[in-house]
Write a protein that binds this ligand. Structure first.
Ligand code: ATP
Ligand code: MG
Length: 404
């Protein structure tokens, strides 16, 4: 079937009142970015819906791409027909014939947005329904659970016909909810946390801590690869890579072993907070899930969280590992995450970290050394990578001081 256009419906956005325009603009941008390779298409957006005019582009290629875009509730391929009953009959027949298989049932859902059209809704259903029944042998009506639901929408300028509705990803368009920093390790969880946050409309910038030479180039590359997977959803991602070796060594020397993990996490959070402030983000996201490991007990989170007032989102907090892994597989990050390259935390962190650290004790141990200069050095040595920008090149900007 040679479709002329795709109708895109956005469920949740339409409830957002005056913010609607922003949401529609962001969604339009997401669609443009995802379909950048299809030069021939045009996108028309108005306050109720978005149309993609295909201009010859292949629906079968574009449909799977649209399924990945956040903010689309459902979409239907369709054709535009002049407001002429004979032309509409011909188009309806062509469309339904292309879908019909022996023994299938159908119904017509007519809608008349323009009341000046000569047929009302019942008459639309009846006129086109009887034409199809006459023309397609074996076709039967079923108004409750039809195999084919032919939608005929009469608007002022034309009629739109479609008989297929495909579910989209739902959620909100990326960037429509603001910017947040994702603490991205090389593990399974944090990419999933990033994905779920993007689904809720957040624009993500990733922050990764590495400790060369204790962590290898391959461990660093793994995180770049994960960020690249996430950038396929958002179009591009900024990744901040923080040199963490000196700070970890200082912690190792100054803080008793069973508290070093807690302090390490607090320092990571303080640095992420600095980068967040400079990048004008409004939240921090982690891949923590309650009870998974020592740093993820409630007592631990309580002690770590103390260093910032910024909202910390933990999209996985209540999820089981198996459910997290399922999502990791769906978004294609799982197989990268399980590569066995050492993380900065595993290199330095003791065999038995405190699972119930006390805030007063952490504060006490940290008071023997001024961590602030270490934090500033780490921040100013941070590399900023722009990954997956418009699917083209990776741009590397070494000295972030110039940019901040
Ligand atoms: P993940 O699978 O995301 O690595 P995890 O189950 O290994 O998580 P932890 O090691 O306790 O759990 O890490 C908890 C969270 O802290 C991570 O999800 C991530 O958000 C953050 N984090 C841990 N290590 C790093 C790192 N090297 N760089 C940036 N963030 C990190
Ligand atoms: Mg980890």
């Amino acid at each position: 079937m040679n479709y002329e256009r795709i109708l895109i419906r956005y469920g949740e956005i339409s409830t957002k009142g005056r913010n609607r325009k922003i949401f529609v603009d962001k969604l339009k941008k997401s669609i443009q970015r995802a379909l950048v390779a299809y030069k021939e298409i045009e996108i028309e957006a108005n306050r109720d819906r978005i149309y993609i005019l295909l201009n010859g582009a292949d629906w079968d290629q574009i449909s799977p791409i649209l399924r990945t875009i956040f903010g689309i509730q459902s979409f239907s391929p369709g054709i535009k027909v002049a407001l002429d009953i004979d032309e509409m009959k011909t188009a309806a027949l062509e469309l339904v014939s292309s879908h019909f298989k022996k023994g299938q049932t159908f119904k017509i859902t007519g809608k008349r947005a323009d009341k000046s059209f000569e047929l009302n809704t019942d008459e639309i259903n009846h006129t086109f329904g009887s034409h199809l029944l006459k023309s397609i042998p074996g076709l039967k009506v079923d108004v409750n659970t039809p195999d084919i639901n032919l939608q005929i929408e009469v608007r002022k300028e034309a009629a739109y016909l479609s008989c297929e509705t495909i579910q989209g990803s739902g959620g909100l368009p990326v960037g429509s909810s603001g910017r947040a920093m994702l603490m991205l390790s090389g593990g399974i969880d944090s990419p999933v946390a990033g994905y779920l946050s993007m689904k809720r409309g957040l624009e993500i910038e990733a922050v990764h801590f590495y400790s060369p030479p204790f962590t290898s180039e391959r461990a660093r590359q793994k995180v770049i690869d994960l960020a690249e997977k996430l950038s396929m959803i958002s179009g591009q991602i900024t990744l901040h890579i923080v040199p963490f070796t000196e700070l970890q060594q200082a912690i190792h020397q100054q803080v008793p072993e069973n508290y070093s993990m807690t302090t390490t996490r607090r320092m990571m959070l303080r640095i992420t907070e600095e980068i967040r402030r400079k990048r004008e983000g409004l939240a921090i996201i982690t891949g923590e899930s309650l009870g998974q490991v020592a740093s993820q007990t409630l007592e631990s989170m309580f002690a770590i969280n103390e260093v910032t007032n910024t909202p910390i989102f933990r999209p996985l907090i209540t999820m089981d590992k198996t459910d997290i892994m399922k999502i990791a597989q769906e978004i294609d990050t799982h197989d990268i995450s399980i590569l066995p390259y050492e993380d900065c935390c595993t290199v330095f962190v003791p065999a038995s970290p405190k699972t119930k650290p006390r805030r007063d004790k952490v504060g006490h141990y940290e008071s023997f050394i001024d961590f602030e200069p270490y934090i500033q050095t780490a921040v100013s040595g941070t590399e900023m990578l722009h990954i997956g920008e418009a699917v083209t090149a990776k741009k590397l900007e070494k000295d972030i001081n110039d940019l901040f």
